[in-house]
Write a protein that binds this ligand. Sequence first.
Ligand code: GAR
Length: 200
Amino acid sequence: MTARLVVLISGNGSNLQAILDACASGELDATVVSVISNKADAYGLIRAKNAGVESIHFPKLENESRQQYDSRLANYVTTKQSDYIILAGWMKILSSFFLSSFPNRVINLHPALPDTFPGTHAIERAYEAWQCGQIKHTGVMVHLVPDEGVDNGPVLATELVPIFADDTLESLETRVHQTEHSLLTNTLKTILSAKNTELH
Ligand code: GAR
């Protein structure tokens, strides 16, 4: 059964693009039913439009509490009847007012290994830690989002990303993003095929 995915983004959307490409090529037995951004100028919204996918700017309204925003977002996402909600560069913490509607169905991607560099600028902070001799490599993870813990939750997949002596921040960023694109799509593929096997 073709899975329905909602993808939440805040920016460039290169990981969204990896998902869209994998759906289009048939590598992923899935369809992206909506792309939602909290930022109006997120380039990922254009990527969605180009792929013929619904793209929604969903900002927090003035005078709206976080709880009200999360509930409104959950209500909207519910109408999409999605199997999974993918946080692909969604830079806003979701509270239980959102998460409780989708137990075990919200999946986050983070450009660091479990328990390292949660939050924003993870690659930059890993690069600085490497320069200080504190780490020898970094990585990427895909995990479930059970609660408000930042970039934390049951791990679905990780991949180590080496840091080389001649790396610049830019070259490391490129390697991390390439790793993300394949890890995210491969992890989704594994999850979706496991789900299909369960259904048979
Ligand atoms: C990705 O590196 C993703 O892992 C990161 O934002 C970037 C979005 O890139 N997410 C986080 O840092 C979550 N804490 P993209 O918009 O090109 O997919």
